[in-house]
Design a protein around this ligand. Structure first.
Ligand code: UDP
Length: 238
């Protein structure tokens, strides 16, 4: 599939048109950003690692009944995807308290939550992706009531698949963020990516962080951590 003009460049990916108006190519970048892009860096090979991890996870989800935008991985960094209109809601799923949840509500870091928490954030860099409740989303017309229900159901379904999967490779899936898009018929597809940039993974034995917190918190070893996640994902999905 031929890569044509660049139609969008985000923090982690570039999107290119293709010869088919219904399909795009997503190229995963080596750029690392955190804190609404106030902190920036690059890690050579990170794009390829995320492209590999995300493709494996999307294939796993698809096999388990979650519709995704992924058609196939084309090469190291590129995915062929279905074109969707992205719903501007970041759906965050949490199993263990950390990050903004501990800061906002004072819940102790590392607390296992009594149930899986699903949160919505408004995808808007200028506003710093604020927390959103259902009524905010409705009054801003970001999605309708049926879609909000679907987003929550899909987010929990993804967690129900990924949590035991990562457990089987000795990783705690602490929390993650997913994004969804609407296809031309209005069906909701999992879009964007699922990778160590968008998830928190803690090693089940050592508690070591194997995700973007290594960059956020200047822990070093970002690439080694992402390589370890890919290795374990491949180990389980041979
Ligand atoms: N997350 C993300 N993109 C964002 C914000 C959060 O991928 O713009 C992910 C993040 O990696 C973590 C989860 O969503 O896995 C919850 O993040 P949190 O709200 O704790 O935000 P943070 O502490 O990273 O600001």
């Amino acid at each position: 599939m031929e890569k044509k003009e660049l139609i969008y460049e985000g923090k982690g990916k570039k999107l290119f048109a293709t010869g088919d108006s219904a399909l795009l190519i997503a190229e995963f970048k080596d750029d690392l950003t955190a804190f609404n892009a106030q902190k920036k860096s690059q890690e050579k090979g990170k794009g390829a690692l995320n492209a590999a991890i995300s493709a494996k996870l999307f294939e796993l989800l698809e096999r388990n009944g979650v519709a995704t935008h992924l058609i196939k991985r084309l090469d190291e960094t590129d995915h062929l995807i279905k074109k969707t209109r992205i719903i501007p809601i970041e759906v965050v799923v949490r199993n263990i308290a950390t990050g903004s949840l501990t800061k906002r509500l004072g819940i102790a870091e590392g607390t296992k939550l009594p149930f899986t928490l699903v949160e919505f954030y408004y995808k808007n860099d200028d506003l710093g992706d604020p927390l959103l409740n259902d009524e905010h989303a409705l009054l801003m017309n970001l999605a309708n009531e049926k879609e909000l229900t679907a987003l929550k159901r899909l987010a929990r379904k993804i967690n129900d698949i990924l949590l035991p999967f990562f457990e089987s490779v000795r990783l705690k899936l602490v929390d993650f963020k997913v994004e969804f898009g609407r296809d031309e018929k209005g069906a909701i597809l999992l879009a964007d990516e699922i990778s160590p940039d968008s998830c928190r993974f803690w090693d089940a034995l050592s508690g070591e962080k194997l995700d973007k917190d290594r960059f956020r918190q200047d822990l070093g070893g970002v690439k080694v951590a992402y390589e370890e996640v890919l290795k374990r994902v491949q180990e389980a999905l041979r």
